[in-house]
Design a protein around this ligand. Structure first.
Ligand SMILES: [Zn+2]
Length: 102
């Protein structure tokens, strides 16, 4: 199923079992691929559609057990045309509520 236009070359991007990929891979003209797992996080079709349209997904919030911090983050298409998980803010909940961590 087509989910959008490739942000690199403009050709259609189709869903496959493990990824959303530009049709350009067939003739090796473009290797843009959005894997459904990025840094251990699931990436769904809504994320992939936004990455094709505006090169970034909606913001998400997760708790990181290792750092004991909450992370606000999103997926972005980087300058290298690969998908990155970008942390926008890290915070904790203290006595005064949400506190940003530098
Ligand atoms: Zn492409």
């Amino acid at each position: 199923m087509k989910i959008g236009k490739c942000p690199v070359c403009g050709k259609p991007v189709y869903e496959s079992p493990k990824s959303f990929s530009c049709v350009g891979w067939k003739d090796k003209s473009c290797d843009f691929t959005i894997w459904k797992q990025v840094s251990g996080h699931e990436l769904d079709q809504g994320d992939a559609e936004l990455l094709c349209q505006i090169r970034r997904s909606r913001k998400k919030t997760d708790y990181n057990k290792r750092t004991k911090r909450y992370e606000e983050w999103r997926y972005e298409v980087g300058d290298d045309n690969k998908i990155h998980r970008v942390i926008l803010e890290e915070f904790v909940y203290g006595a005064n509520g949400k506190e940003l961590v530098k």
